[in-house]
Ligand binder design. Sequence first.
Ligand code: 3EB
Length: 329
Amino acid sequence: MVQASETLQVQHDLPRTPRITYRMAEPSSLRTESGMLAALGFGAGTADCDDPRWLRVALECFDAPAPLEVWQVDADVVYGRDEEVRWSAGGGWLFAALELDERDFGGIEQTARHAYTQLRRFMSKRGGCCVLRIWNYIADINHGAGDAERYKKFCDGRAAGVGDFFANGFPAATAIGHHGPAHLLQIYLLAGIDAGCAVENPRQVSAWRYPRQYGRTSPGFARAMLMPARDALAISGTAAVVGHASAHEGDLEAQLHETLANLEALLANADMPAGFDTHSPLKAYVRRTIDASRVREILQQRLPGVPVLLMHGDVCRSELLVEIDGWRF
Ligand code: 3EB
């Protein structure tokens, strides 16, 4: 948590957070532009490319053609592969990504466990990098009932693979269901040489303290991460959760307004100025295709000028219809 006594001025001696932008481009810009740490494409229609810094996310974007998400640093970037992990590094930053087929490991729980074991092993080889932000995209996330729901099994496997790796604090995270290739688990992360500062939401119970009804293993993530130089806040997947309960079941608009209230509460608790602007790329994950245009309308009204990608994705609780994550620069 951010202490009230701390001054939240930008720390110019620490590496500036990578620039994160959406733009119409091709994966070839990874070669032609400098400082490219990563580029993400969205959906099956996106070009493919075998550069380790490229990831084609299995979520479809409701905006066609979809822009790429580009991560850029003010430094030279090196990159490579290490077993199943693809990575890049430069300017004190590290991108790592992993794509696994669940059939190779015997289910989502074992696959999540393997993924996080691999990531932990890779990170420890990199020596002292801090994981600040992680994205998890999971097929059929709400399939199964009770503790057998696939998201809950993912949480079990993630915790087993993580072990004590996040003992000093969880990173900010997103876990969303994709409608792409069955059995595909995609995970990517941003790490840095310097530590960030985890930020919780006073309107919400911290996820790692969720009561038993949400699964055997509480999800290990922080609501947001203030980046080391304090020049940006990385915001976890945020939905209409108040306390630990889902609010406004069946009411898309009320869920969206509650989500925006949660985002504002996070900014306030991080001592960031209220509101989002043109430098704050967000993603809205929408469960039902039929809701996409209404979500776009409301967000254009409530967050004018803010770059928002509308993604077709399932929130990890089946009653939740929309979730938002992103950055406040
Ligand atoms: C919630 O508020 C929504 O399991 O990593 C949001 C962000 C959610 C990350 C995760 C789950 C995760 O509980 C769910």
